[in-house]
Design a protein. Structure first.
Length: 553
């Protein structure tokens, strides 16, 4: 919310209890006091341009630059293109859902706080710790990927990968302990680099494809015809094999898009969140679709799905795993792979930083709700929950697992675990939003006029995303059930998160005796009144950036 009172807000209990459809204050948190406490502890240092660029490029990391090679090899050019396109469209339903709730309830932790008020405290506990688990694996995955990219220049035979994991891990922890504005400026700079890289790759790719490189023939859609638009996955004959290859790309795409919903996690540290978070949601998913889908499309024109470099890279652990590097190498361009690798390296580290922000604010939000130890609420003089940062910093040590095995294999394990956790989180966001949406209808709240922002296409967008991601989640590990294709690692990677989330949910429910919040008792009206009583300052025009601010405005 906007500037709150300098002293603790006194809430008129009689006034609040007089509202229709508002439960007793003894049954719900006092959100106005929580917002004050979070504003006091966490510093609001993220501006509109930071939020827009974090949402735009903060999630562009190894999922696109490295993981897309695996997707191309299994799904073929048409399969990977459709997989990333459809996943991006479905993710948009998740983004507008979380943005609508976060505009009304701008607290750190995002969905775990909203699940507390709009669904069931047990779901808040379960999803909170599921997110903690996800980033405990996801952050080391990005660090490992960054280390793998450094091996493009310095082979592991000369310098151990442990050195790069240690250095990059300490840098990630160090930057996460500084002012939130420092993080915002770092991500802003990295985002500009990533956007310039992707634009450059698209232009380079089109030049190569159209025969603009000396000595290289015009490719056109040659690789869509030979070896073909789809891959015959797992040697399954006929259309079924090609469909299976296409379906497998969804898990890779989920990993690539993971974190796109994180625009709301730092709501307590964002200026004017009721305006800036929806603005990011409305514009950013279209831009991400453009960057992801266009870049993937260009790669499909340049790298054949049966390329020996692409297939062998999946079993090595070096930067050749990136289809962008392979494309430049196949075209005989010697300098571009080094440039690509350098920016992709910053992207991997940037994704680790972005993951650290989301993870620590989630853990902080859990502590706020009483679902984690209270000492995690301690902040340093910069307003950073430093104990949360140190907790996740300890898990970076998981990256050392790559020293005893192939880095790409361990990275694939991490990717599968994170993909499943991400699908669970997207389903939960849609589920909580649907409860919130129908509570608004039950309490006769006009979303378009009374809420700070009402997402478009609702509730259809949330329903479609919920059903689609639920189906993808349940079928993600289907290859292990095919005869002679059983893999314990793949089975655990695909389905470990399901018993985890149900165990956390029902375990907490049994221990605490929580109940699903009824539509009539949800404090939606209460939050609406707080939003009305604390209007945000009017938006000021951007000065000095008018020439290029269209990127983040």
């Amino acid at each position: 919310m906007s500037e709150l009172h300098e002293q603790k807000v006194d809430i008129d209990v009689e006034k609040v209890e007089s509202h229709d459809n508002v439960p007793s204050l003894s049954k719900i948190p006092l959100p106005e006091e929580e917002i004050f406490e979070e504003k006091k502890d966490l510093k609001r240092g993220l501006e509109q341009r930071h939020i827009q660029m974090i949402a735009l490029a903060g999630t562009i990391g190894t999922g696109l630059f490295l993981g897309s090679g695996r997707a191309l090899a299994t799904g073929g050019p048409a399969g990977v293109f459709l997989g990333y396109l459809l996943t991006g469209l479905l993710v948009s339903g998740v983004v507008i859902s979380i943005a609508e709730m976060s505009a009304l309830v701008p607290l750190s932790g995002s969905i775990i706080r909203q699940a507390e008020y709009f669904f069931d405290p047990a779901l808040s506990f379960a999803q909170g710790w599921n997110t903690v688990y996800s980033f405990s694996v996801g952050i080391p995955a990005e660090i490992v990927a960054a280390g793998v990219l450094i091996e493009f220049w310095v082979p592991s035979t000369e310098v151990s990968s442990a050195v790069w994991i240690t250095v990059l891990g300490l840098l990630t922890i160090g930057t996460s302990l500084l002012l939130i504005r420092v993080y915002g400026e770092l991500e802003f700079g990295f985002a500009i680099l990533k956007i310039l890289l992707i634009m450059g790759l698209i232009i380079m790719g089109l030049c190569i494809d159209l025969g603009g490189v000396s000595g290289q023939p015009r490719l056109g859609f040659h690789y869509w015809r030979d070896p073909g638009p789809f891959v015959q996955y797992l040697s399954i004959p006929g259309p079924l094999g090609r469909f299976c290859g296409f379906w497998t790309t969804f898990s890779n795409a989920a990993y690539a898009y993971s974190g796109v919903e994180s625009i709301a996690n730092a709501a307590a540290e964002t200026h004017n969140p009721c305006r800036n978070i929806p603005k990011a949601a409305k514009r950013i998913f279209v831009r991400i679709l453009i960057f992801y889908v266009l870049s993937i499309f260009v790669v499909t024109l340049l790298v054949p799905s049966n390329s020996e470099e692409l297939l062998s890279a999946q079993n090595k652990g070096n930067a050749a795993q990136s289809p962008f590097v392979i494309a430049a190498s196949l075209a005989g361009i010697k300098v571009v792979p080094h440039i690509v690798n350098a920016v992709v390296l910053t992207s991997a580290w940037s994704a680790a930083n972005s993951g650290m922000l989301t993870a620590t604010r989630t853990l902080y939000g859990l502590a706020r709700e009483g679902h984690a130890p209270k000492f995690l609420l301690w902040t340093n003089r910069f307003g950073i929950p430093y104990l949360c940062v140190l907790c996740f910093g300890a898990f970076i040590a998981l990256g050392y697992m790559t020293l005893s095995n192939s880095a790409s294999i361990v990275f694939s394990w991490f990717q599968d675990l994170v993909s499943t956790a991400v699908l669970v989180q997207w389903c939960i966001i849609c589920l909580v939003y649907l409860r919130f949406y129908y509570a608004c209808k039950r309490q006769q709240i006009d979303r378009n006029t009374e809420l700070p922002w009402a997402g478009p296409f609702q509730p259809y967008a949330a329903w479609i995303s919920l059903l689609s991601f639920g189906t993808i989640l349940l079928t993600a590990g289907y290859p292990v059930f095919i005869k002679s294709h059983w893999s314990t690692e793949e089975f655990i990677g695909a389905y470990f998160n399901l018993p985890l989330i149900f165990g956390l949910y029902f375990g907490y429910k049994w221990a605490k005796g929580t109940k699903v919040v009824s539509l009539d008792e949800m404090p939606v009206r209460y939050y609406v009144e707080i939003a009305k009583e604390n209007p945000e300052e009017e938006e000021r025009s951007t000065k000095g950036w008018n020439g290029i601010s269209i990127i983040w405005s």
